[in-house]
Design a protein around this ligand. Structure first.
Ligand SMILES: [Zn+2]
Length: 320
């Protein structure tokens, strides 16, 4: 199976191919032409009720320049995160390296939150294939991926295993390149259209009407002026999809890939154990996650094993 060759792994039930998509791309949905037989994860299994909300944190050198000279107040739509946290909705956040380095404290906090999974959105949001919404062409595709990994790892301590290409514009070579670097390419089957759309209701209706089991919904985290109504739309989207019986998951969980949420939860318990003596009851969830996903230990940072050795001691102190 061509897809298995491309991604080199066991496949979930419903991974679509671009070639199978009959509709011609339009300016609203352009990603990459379907004729190039590029494969990617557009969605998860259609048989369940899981769906994944994803948010791209774009940052081009031009966006950074606008921020630096005060023409834009912020490229971080904190309200999106506030809504997700308040509603306890897991999400996958695709960060550009430039965004992570611009908001290091926020990027670190997001990566440390078990609710969120961090993916790469390349270093500075250059296009891997042009034309692509007017984005500048990436001159070195490998560097874009490597530099994003380096920066995101340095800032957050997390090394992404998922990548979404800017504008979703890429070629088959880029899928192979990403694979060589241990990255799985994540596209999506529902585009919220929140970029440059001033109507929250229009964005919400689009997502609510197009989402089906296994959907990966593409939205944005950088806020106004480029994506002004994402959070407002989200307040409509979450209850509406729940009412339809959908359950939210990270892309990793949806696709049965790296259980990043549980990994983060497992890491979090050690952080807590380090900083204070935590109630045993609050450690049960993360410990159960760790038991289910022992690979989290292997992927952890240096010092993790030492903390592991200390954990039982901390947990068994009664009354602390
Ligand atoms: Zn983007």
């Amino acid at each position: 199976m061509a897809l298995a060759m491309t991604l080199g792994m066991a496949l979930p039930a419903a991974v679509s191919t671009r070639a199978a998509q009959a509709a011609a791309p339009t300016s609203a949905t352009v990603d990459h032409p379907p004729v190039d037989r590029v494969t990617s994860f557009d969605n998860g299994p259609r048989s369940g009720r899981l769906v994944a909300l994803t948010f791209d944190a774009d940052m081009t050198p031009g966006m950074l320049a606008l921020l630096r000279r005060g023409a834009v107040q912020s490229w971080y739509n904190r309200e999106v995160i506030d809504v997700l946290r308040a509603e306890r909705v897991p999400a996958t956040l695709f960060l550009t390296g430039l965004w992570a380095s611009t908001y290091p404290d926020d990027a670190r906090a997001l990566a440390a939150d078990p609710l969120f999974e961090i993916g790469s959105h390349t270093f500075d949001h250059a296009a891997f294939r042009t034309p692509c919404y007017g984005l500048a062409a990436a001159s070195d595709h490998g560097w874009e991926l490597d530099e994003a990994q380096r920066v995101i790892q340095a800032v957050t301590g997390t090394s992404p295993t998922l990548v979404r290409f800017p504008g979703d514009c890429y070629g088959q070579d880029d899928v192979y390149l990403a694979r060589q670097k241990g990255l799985k390419v994540i596209s999506g089957d529902v585009r919220a259209g929140d970029a440059f759309n001033p109507s929250a209701t229009a964005v919400a209706n689009r997502v609510i009407s197009q989402t089906m089991p296994g959907s990966i919904v593409v939205m944005h985290l950088h806020g106004a002026p480029y994506a002004p109504k994402t959070a407002t739309a989200l307040r409509q989207i979450i209850p509406a999809l729940r009412q339809q019986g959908f359950e939210f998951a990270t892309v990793g969980r949806l696709l049965g890939l790296l259980p990043a949420v549980d990994q983060a939860a497992a890491v979090q318990v050690f952080r807590e154990a380090e900083s204070s003596l935590i109630p045993f009851s609050s450690a049960i969830g993360p410990l159960a996650a760790l038991k289910r996903h022992p690979g989290a230990l292997v992927r952890s940072r240096p010092g993790f094993w030492l903390r592991l050795l200390r954990l039982p001691y901390v947990l068994w102190i009664p009354g602390t």
